[in-house]
Design a binder for this molecule. Sequence first.
Ligand SMILES: C[S@@+](CC[C@H](N)C(=O)[O-])C[C@H]1O[C@@H](n2cnc3c(N)ncnc32)[C@H](O)[C@@H]1O
Length: 298
Amino acid sequence: MFDRVVTALRSAGCVFAEDEARLLLAEASGPAQLAANVLRRVEGVPLEHILGWAEFAGLQVLVAPGVFVPRRRTGLLVAEALALLPDQPEPVIVVDLCCGSGAVAAAILHRATGVEMHAADIEPAAVQCARRNLEPLGGHVHAGDLFQALPRVLKGRVGVLVVNAPYVPTEAIPTMPPEARLHEPAASLDGGPDGLNFHRRVAAEAHEWLAPGGSVLIETSERQAAGTSGLLAQAGFQVNTVRSEELDGTVVIGTAVIATAVAGAAVTATVVAGTAADGAGGDWSGATPAREGCPGSA
Ligand SMILES: C[S@@+](CC[C@H](N)C(=O)[O-])C[C@H]1O[C@@H](n2cnc3c(N)ncnc32)[C@H](O)[C@@H]1O
């Protein structure tokens, strides 16, 4: 049976056919479900939507059809947020804006203590999924457009704001892998003409929500990092860019300067690990290795 599943997946172009076959066999309740799931996978449905979960930052996070599948590169956003959350007696308010499945918030809640977590998304399917992932961990999930979703009482009190908002430039969406293009909502990908529409809005509004000395962390692509950091610097944040070649992730961190924040503060670019030459081609393409290469749905 294993060999037949591998052959079917490989002939559809799945690069990690053996790994995927193992997962499909382990999760199927019987031969009929296995056959149906293999067919869906061959047709290009993301493996995670078939399984109902995604592996993210060492956790199994629930995902559902119509919900963005968390990417491996976003582990950098988690790591950088955790680095800003040392153990302390007073709970720190953390907000995961554009939370999707709630993967980032869940990974933070699993590793940090003393965190009051709020997550928000505009898509009802994502909000429902995030509630399933986060409420058992004590997280609060809100529905609505960016900051409008959050309870007003959080204004000026957020210690760490993590954001993985859509950042694919509109015209690059047709170049994305079919699994993302056809099976994830456009609203989870489309960042507007230059991909920075959401970063612009977050940079403009974050100060109102952050506590003095609080930080906003935005996932971006390597080629868009200068644009994202420029927006935060213009908004008066002290800015630091972190890059992980291992995860292929880029995060821009803006810190609300205590006391005299000056609009247009200098950009401090700390690049962790070397930067690859730009133009590597679609570093927002977003498919995890295990999800590339099943082009049946193209
Ligand atoms: C790239 S996905 C990231 C999801 C999640 N943060 C992750 O890393 O897996 C972007 C998310 O932003 C949400 N989104 C899009 N527009 C939004 C808006 N105006 N307000 C809040 N969330 C929004 C989408 O529904 C989607 O879940």
